[in-house]
Design a protein around this ligand. Structure first.
Ligand SMILES: N[C@@H](CCC(=O)N[C@@H](CS)C(=O)NCC(=O)O)C(=O)O
Length: 216
């Protein structure tokens, strides 16, 4: 059946679904939230849309589909460049710095933060006992990365410069989960703390923090 609004497939509290939703909200793109019940992301119907069987996924009225929350963010930020919060730089060197920050977010933050969150929150959710020695190992590596964040953020307001970009928003879901495990994880470093308070208090995050819902 034909539909008019963009659809966001996911689960309300999934980190990657909330990452995509924050960007849709920042860019003022109304969306219909489509719940993918637990395990249905591995069902044949869903695998036809997303061969890796993950959430989120967006689908547009013309049939265009896209998965990977960061790719969704880039697509939406570029398609709707003239509305909502500008989230992508346009000048060559600013774009290069943005790409540097985007690669760094994946390699230096997400890589460790996702493991830390899975070790504690993921295991508890599955009824398993977290391995806190393992968590502490990951956390100590992550702390060294946050020292580098402190240096970067002592010179500029946001991770890719003085303007907010997609990269800042990419950090929020796992950052927020980390705070539930180690409440002062960002507070120990003054510039990281300023940055975290700024991005995590944005209305876009506040509106999806407790669960994504349709905005259309
Ligand atoms: N890199 C992907 C990660 C997606 C992802 O891991 N989604 C989780 C939920 S937050 C999921 O679908 N997990 C189920 C699975 O991987 O089988 C993205 O950013 O979209």
């Amino acid at each position: 059946m034909a539909f008019t609004n963009l659809k966001l497939y996911g689960r309300p509290l999934s980190s990657a679904t909330r990452r995509a939703a924050v960007i849709l909200i920042e860019k003022k793109v109304p969306f219909e939230f489509v719940l993918v019940p637990n395990r249905e992301h591995k069902a044949p119907e869903y695998l036809k849309k997303h061969p890796f069987g993950q959430i989120p996924l967006i689908e547009e009225p013309d049939g265009f589909r896209l998965y990977e929350s960061r790719a969704i963010g880039r697509y939406i930020a570029e398609k709707y460049a003239s509305q909502g919060t500008p989230l992508l730089p346009t000048e060559l060197k600013a774009k290069a710095i943005f790409e540097q920050a985007a690669s760094s977010e994946l390699a230096n933050f997400d890589f460790l933060a996702s493991q830390a969150v899975k070790e504690v929150i993921g295991k508890k959710r599955e009824g398993l006992t977290p391995d806190y020695d393992r968590f502490n190992e990951i956390y100590s590596e992550l702390s060294a990365k946050l020292d580098a964040y402190e240096i970067i953020l002592s010179k500029q307001k946001y991770i890719a410069g003085d303007e907010i970009t997609l990269v800042d928003l990419f950090h929020i879901p796992f950052g927020s989960s980390l705070v539930t495990i180690v409440p002062d994880v960002f507070e120990k470093r003054p510039n990281v703390s300023r940055w975290w308070n700024d991005i995590s208090s944005r209305p876009s995050w506040q509106s999806v923090k407790e669960g994504v819902h349709s905005t259309a």
